[in-house]
Design a protein. Structure first.
Length: 365
């Protein structure tokens, strides 16, 4: 008799309902999806779903609840499960989409999506999701709200400029736009104040922010955004995983001599991280010789300034992770010393020359 070694409930999350498939894998490496059902995406439906899963699964083997990160619709369900100490795995949608293509499924609907998610969970090694620290959750809400307000303020400023530059500007429209911009400025200041108060109330996060702020180009807001979007690097295992999570990993398609696509960043990741690191990368390029050298070398090679800026963004993000893990502040002397040990003088950096780094030195640079 075959022995059950793993049980997975795959959930396709929509705004109003949860479509699920229950599957299991056996000790002979075979898998089976044997039960399916739908539930409302609300507190009552969550309770019904968990009761149904417990009724239809083997109590000797714990069930893993696997779902996609679908905007905000999955969050209430994930918190409901985590509060009851049930195993939860949240997977990026692009991973599920790529896996579904390998199954050659011709009909795509909620149920086949749930089947695919369940099969993915049965075949793959999963990292379990944990509830973020409440402070990180509030930091994420504040930083994202600020981002939306800043975008709205930029739009209003553009409208104001267009109105003033027109042949017949409307004074009442100009006044309303100025009042709206003033209100948005006030909201941005309020969020900055709330963010500082929130961080100062947690000693650990205060220290984390302080460490990240020692990096050239990174300020308080950027440090808070990095920590909030990564949940304090809770599930990050290495730098490669971190850059992939931010969508700063390189995507390249090449086959033989006929197919050779240009390397690009995937952008399949957290766009808030990428956006938060753009201006700090420009500041680091201006004020740090090492980052300026990296930028210059790539611009000379490709002739595209954005490639150099993206490379610095990636280095800043990786350095943030290293400082957080080692619990050490950025040391400019060590930074300069590593360049000398590598045979790279400041004059060489100005010329855009960069020699290969040792593993530890490259992580700190």
């Amino acid at each position: 008799m075959k022995k059950i070694v793993k049980q997975v409930f795959g959930v396709d999350v929509a705004q109003n309902e949860l479509v699920g498939s229950l599957g299991r894998s056996f000790d002979d490496c075979t898998t089976e999806i044997y039960a399916r059902s739908k539930f409302p995406n609300n507190a009552k439906g969550f309770g019904q779903l968990v009761s149904w899963v417990q009724k239809n699964s083997d109590p000797a083997v714990s069930v893993i609840y696997v779902m996609e990160a679908t905007g905000v619709y999955h969050e209430s369900f994930a918190y409901f499960l985590a509060e009851r100490t049930l195993k939860v795995a949240i997977v990026l949608p692009n991973k599920i989409a790529n896996y579904m293509r390998s199954l050659t499924i011709k009909t795509v609907n909620d149920q086949t999506a749930a089947n695919g998610i369940c099969q993915f969970g049965l075949e793959r090694q999963l990292d379990y999701w944990e509830q973020p620290d409440p402070t990180y959750r509030q930091m994420k809400q504040l930083t994202r709200e600020r981002d939306q307000i800043v975008d709205e303020r930029t739009m209003c400023k553009n409208q104001l400029h267009a109105e003033k530059s027109g042949a017949f500007p409307n004074s009442r429209s100009i006044k309303r736009l100025q009042e709206r911009i003033k209100l948005l400025d006030k909201h941005v200041a309020q969020i900055a104040s709330e963010l500082k108060t929130l961080v100062s109330g947690n000693d650990k996060i205060t220290e984390d922010v302080r460490l990240l702020c020692t990096i050239p180009g990174l300020g308080h807001l950027t440090a808070c955004t990095i920590l909030a979007e990564t949940n304090g690097f809770e599930l990050i295992r290495n730098k490669k995983q971190l850059t992939s999570y931010a969508g700063l990993d390189i995507r390249e398609k090449q086959s033989g001599t006929s197919i050779k696509g240009k390397p690009r960043i995937s952008k399949r990741g957290n766009r808030f991280l990428r956006k938060a690191l753009y201006l700090p990368a420009l500041a680091a390029i201006r004020h740090n010789l090492r980052y300026k050298a990296v930028f210059s070398r790539l611009v000379q090679k490709h002739g595209i300034k954005m490639k150099g800026a993206v490379a610095v963004q990636r280095k800043l993000l990786e350095l943030s992770y290293i400082l957080h893990k080692t619990r050490k502040a950025f040391d400019p002397e060590l930074f300069s010393k590593s360049a000398v040990e590598e045979g790279q003088s400041p004059e060489m950096e100005k010329g855009g020359i960069e020699t290969p780094s040792a593993p530890l030195q490259s992580s700190l640079c």
